[in-house]
Every structure is written in C-alpha cells, then in structure tokens.
Design a protein. Structure first.
Length: 157
C-alpha cells in the first residue's frame, strides 16, 4: 500500500505554536553544527513564534506548512529581500528555512516544501531564489542540488 502524500498550504495563526517549536528545532540543529557561528535567542520557541507571527502579516513573505495524514510535519519560510550593493545581489527571494519533523523524513516532504517555496517566491514576484545550507547537512544540500540550486558563495568565519 502506498504511503499517504503530504500537501503544502499557507500557514495560519493556529500554526504558530508548532512553527515556533519547529523553528527552535532548526536553530538548535544549526547551533549543534557550529556553536561559534549560531546563537540561540532565549526563549527560543517564544522568539520564533513571535517572529513567524510577524511574518504572516508581511506582503513580501510566505510561511508554508506541510501536512501528512492531517498533521503538520514541516514548514518553509521564504521572503523577498531588497537588492544589496554590499552583497552584489539584485532583488531576490530567500528561502530562509525548510524543516521537516524527524518522523516525516524520507517521505519527500522536504522536496515538496522546497517546490512550494520556489512557487511562492514566483508568486511574490521574484525570478531569483536563494538559500543557504550548512556544509554538515549533506542530505539537504543534495536535495537542493537535485532541484537546480548551485553553490554560489561560501561563508567563512
């Protein structure tokens, strides 16, 4: 029997507590990769819940959630950022976050969220989509490359 397929929708206010929890999980994951690079702002869940609540009201951002069997199992956050002389970058959409709950991994939820985030970027008027990925997160990097993303810059600290 085939596994149920995930679906992606726009996040709502009722999703905020879970988004705060997922954002905190993602922040802790990055902190574990490099504690000198990534700082946690305590209380982490509350900070992310508040931040994502602000993002829901923006006209140049999208918060997406993936549902599997009626349960939210992941999210993506994309926003359009202004051009930057410092970064030599035209107006671009940034996929800031993609996170999938451990129990839903290997079910193509990340790929579905990525595709929906790229589509949301287009709907927001951007023809360029950027993201960053930790070098330690090889699975995510491979998924991004499989969807046409390429390395353009490496951050050093």
């Amino acid at each position: 029997m085939a596994k149920p397929q995930a679906r992606v929708r726009r996040a709502t206010l009722s999703d905020l507590p879970l988004l705060g929890s997922f954002g905190a999980q993602l922040a802790r994951q990055h902190r574990a990769y490099d504690s000198r690079r990534f700082k946690l702002f305590e209380p982490v869940e509350a900070e992310f819940t508040s931040f994502y609540g602000e993002q829901l009201a923006r006209g140049d951002a999208a918060l997406l959630v993936a549902e599997l069997e009626g349960k939210v199992v992941g999210y993506a956050f994309v926003s359009v950022e202004p051009e930057s002389f410092v970064d030599a970058l035209a107006v671009a959409a940034w996929i800031h976050d993609i996170h999938v709950d451990d129990l839903a991994r290997r079910r193509k939820v990340g790929a579905l969220l990525l595709e929906a985030a790229v589509e949301a970027a287009r709907e927001l008027g951007s023809s360029c989509v950027m993201l960053s990925v930790s070098p330690q997160n090889e699975g995510a990097r491979r998924m991004f490359e499989q969807h046409g993303f390429r390395l353009t810059m490496q951050e050093m600290r």
